[in-house]
Each structure stands twice: as C-alpha cells, then as structure tokens.
Design a protein around this ligand. Structure first.
Ligand code: 13P
Ligand code: SF4
Length: 449
C-alpha cells in the first residue's frame, strides 16, 4: 500500500452522529429526528421493500433493486467494541490484499476503518491506486461500488457490505424510462445522431455519477458523458460544444443550479417527468429547451430550506452558509456558497479565522467536520437529525461480516457490471476524465491516520 494514506489504527472522533442518534433513542438528548430505527439495527430493514427510515423513506424503491439477505446473528448481536476489534483483526490478517473505502457520508464507526475517505469520484479512483489488492470493500452505496468495478481490474472483487445500500436518487432514473424518453425525443428532434449545419447534434445525454451503470452505459452509447458535483459545469460546457441541448439526469437540482450559473434561463430548462407523455412538456418547450431536467432529486438535500438559512443567519450573525448543489435552487441562491462534499471540506479547512459555518449536506459529514475543526462552530442547517438512510445501512456488523469472510477465502456481496454495460459506461466515464482530468488525486483525499 502507498505510504500516503494507510493506517490500520482506528481513528476515534467523537461525538459521531451515530452516538448522537443513540442519545436521542435513549432519551438522553433533545431535538428532533427523522427516525432512530436504523441506529438500533439496520438488518431489521434488509428484507423489507423500501429504503428504510431516514430522509428517503417516502421514496418508491424499484422492484428489481438488490436485496440484502439476513446478516448472521453473531454480527447482529456483537457489541460495538467486539465488532471494532474483529474488523481490525480481519484487516490486519488481510493486509494489502484488501482496500476499504469510506464515503464522506458514512457513519463514524465505519469511517474509522477506511483506508481512504472521500467523495464518490475520489473513491472510485482509489481503486486504480491499488491494482494489486484482491478486494475493494466499498463502504458507500450501490452506484459507487459499480463505478469502482468499472474502473478496477477485472480480477479485483468490489464488495458492497450491505446490498440494500442503494441511492433513492439514482433509482429515480431507470434504464427503461430513459430509453423511452430517448425515443420520444427522437420523435421531436428527428435523428438524434445527426449533426446540424453547426456540427451540433440535437441532444447530448449527461448523467450524474449518482446513477446506475446501466444509465452510464446508455450515455456512453449515445455520445454522452458522466459528471460529478465538482465538475458539472465543465461537463455541461463539453456537452454544449457538441449538442444543441442536454438531457440531464437524474438530479434536477444539480442540473438546474449548474445551468443557471452558466446563464441558461429557467424557461429553457423544462422538467422531464418519466410518467407523463413528452415528460410533461409541450413540443414547443422541448424545441426551445437548452437543458431538459429529469424529475429526480436527493431526499436528503431536498430537506434544506430557505427558512433554515434565515434562522441560521438570525441566530448566528456572520454565519457562512455552504450548501451542496443537490439542494433546491432557492436554497443555493440564499446560501453564501455551494459546492460538492470535497468543496465544503476544503472551504472549512482553508478558513484561517474562527468561523461559524452552517452546512447543507448529509449530517454524518457535518458532524465529522465539526469534530475535526473545534476552532470553528460548524452545524447542519437542518436541525432534524436525518442521515442518508441507505448510506447508514453500512453498519460495522456488515463490514466485519464481509472482511472475516475474505479472511476465510470467501467473497460476499460482489458487485459486477456485465461487459455489455461496462464497455460503454467506461466510455462515458473516460469522456469525463478527458473533459477535466482529476487533479493530483491522493493529495485531495482525507487520510485515515
Ligand atoms: P459526492 O459525489 O460528493 O460523493 O456525493 C455523493 C452523494 O451522494 C451526494 O449526495
Ligand atoms: Fe443518494 Fe442523496 Fe444518499 Fe447521496 S445523500 S446517496 S444522493 S440519497
């Protein structure tokens, strides 16, 4: 393993949001919460359809979504300390054979065991840094593990500790709906692969990283590209250099916020609702469109509101409000800044004077940033503790389970993207990398030390 980022020592940063949620469950803390049920046992939700308690519990889960079988009882009943010790022992036994990746939104009890902590794009690249590791254990959600599989060597096994850790936003753009939308757009614009006199095709599909590999494959087959929240503007510029307009999915908010900042008028950004003919727009609106926004959203980021920003400003004069671009447009407009998870982290790190920050993103990351930067006051804009319920399904019990199986030579919960999907999906990812090569990767990653 490279010397820059690996430590097998647990990193303890308290209080973690997990502890905060437990305090609420036990009646030791005040304040509101979405639901505390996931904290006591995510395995209780593995076999029922739905995303489980949390911000996304009201979203409809597609029928074909992966389900997690029952976690063996020894992992459900083990104490936190026992699981901690078992994870450390398994990692020590596996050594360089395994790399554990942890997304910024993971609970602290999992993050402390990660060799890399970062955003979805950085973590996918971490797989490239370890071509000799036999297994990559991805503590994140399903689309992230798929992306790691696309970018890693075929012999490497990418493991998602809990198969029910999906992403409700990614699930809002289903491949059949997208194929259907494409056919309807062909009826409006004519041959979608035929350039006009200016060399521009009628529409370029752009998908956010938070989408299934099938969607990335669709985009790759149709001259499109993937984006992340940190390079969305560069990617839209790439697309406008090749097409009259963009079909952007699944996150309407990232699409709208990015295009608006580029000067695209809101009237030229119709929404595509896959349950309505022509997505709910008229033919004239679609002909005039510059960006067609898929009707998807993140249930976690949709909770942030202009009222919360007003309350933060009233209570903390001089507060610096930073929100993720998955938040609704009015929230981004009312904030001081908006940016990806990595942008938020760097902005806080760069602040030289003690500052009060109100942050609009997932609460696990906000809590960790607050613990890491005691010189600042850092709080989540949303006063209700409500983690991303699917990220939260990666409990240390599942991590111990997959790692101990690896020690015994068994690969559990492997995520494999079939070749016919993987090839075009890689093309779409490579276009993104070429549009903006990643800056010196390891230097940007939070190190587990
Ligand atoms: P990043 O791309 O910043 O990792 O964000 C992923 C995500 O799920 C945001 O909600
Ligand atoms: Fe998906 Fe939102 Fe959770 Fe990110 S925070 S994984 S976009 S549901």
């Amino acid at each position: 393993m490279s010397a820059v980022n690996i430590s097998l020592q647990p990193r303890r940063i308290d209080p973690s949001v997990d502890l905060e949620i437990r305090a609420i469950v036990e009646g030791r803390a005040g304040g509101e919460t979405c639901s505390t049920d996931l904290a006591s046992g995510p395995w209780n939700f593995d076999t029922v359809p739905g995303y489980g308690p949390g911000a996304s519990m009201g979203d409809v889960i597609p029928t074909g979504s992966p389900r997690q079988g029952e976690l063996p009882a020894e992992y459900r009943t083990a104490s936190a300390d026992e699981l901690d010790a078992r994870i450390l022992a398994a990692k020590a036994a596996l050594g360089d054979r395994v790399v554990v990746l942890g997304h910024f939104y993971q609970r602290e009890e999992v993050v402390r065991h990660a060799d890399y902590v970062g955003d979805s794009f950085q973590l996918a690249n971490a797989a490239l840094e370890h071509p000799d590791a036999e297994a990559i254990v991805f503590c994140g959600v399903h689309f992230m593990a798929e992306t790691a599989d696309l970018l890693s060597r075929p012999e490497q096994a990418v493991i998602l500790p809990n198969l029910a850790a999906g992403c409700s936003m990614a699930d809002m753009a289903d491949i059949d709906q997208v194929e259907d939308a494409w056919e309807q757009l062909e009826d409006v614009y004519g041959d979608l692969s035929a350039p006009d006199a200016d060399g521009l095709v009628p529409v370029i599909p752009v998908t956010y990283m938070n989408s299934s590999a099938a969607i990335k494959g669709f985009v790759g087959r149709h001259g499109g590209i993937v984006c992340t929240s940190s390079n969305a503007r560069t990617v839209l510029e790439w697309a406008f250099a090749r097409g009259r307009r963009v079909l952007f999915f699944p996150d309407q908010h990232l699409g709208r916020n990015t295009a608006k900042a580029m000067g695209v008028p809101l009237e030229q950004m119709p929404m595509w609702n896959p349950r309505k003919p022509l997505g709910g727009s008229t033919e004239e609106q679609l002909l005039d469109a510059r960006v067609i926004l898929w009707h998807g959203f993140c249930s976690v980021h949709r909770r942030f509101s202009v009222d919360q920003i007003a309350a933060a400003r009233a209570e903390h004069p001089g507060v610096r409000v930073i929100v993720h671009p998955e938040c609704p447009m009015e929230v981004v407009d009312a904030a001081d800044e908006s940016g990806s998870t990595d942008y938020i982290r760097k902005a806080i790190e760069a602040a030289t004077e003690p500052t009060t920050f109100a942050i609009g993103t997932e609460v696990n990351l906000v809590q960790r940033l607050a613990a890491q930067h005691p010189q600042h006051e850092i709080f989540c804009l949303d006063p209700v503790v409500c983690p991303c319920s699917t990220m939260y399904r990666i409990h240390p019990g599942y991590l111990a389970w997959v790692l101990e199986a690896l020690v015994d030579g068994e690969v559990l919960n492997r995520i494999t993207v079939p070749g016919d999907v993987a090839d075009p999906a890689r093309v779409a990812l490579e276009r993104m990398l070429a549009a903006k090569p990643p800056a010196a990767p390891a230097a940007h990653w939070e190190q587990a030390s």
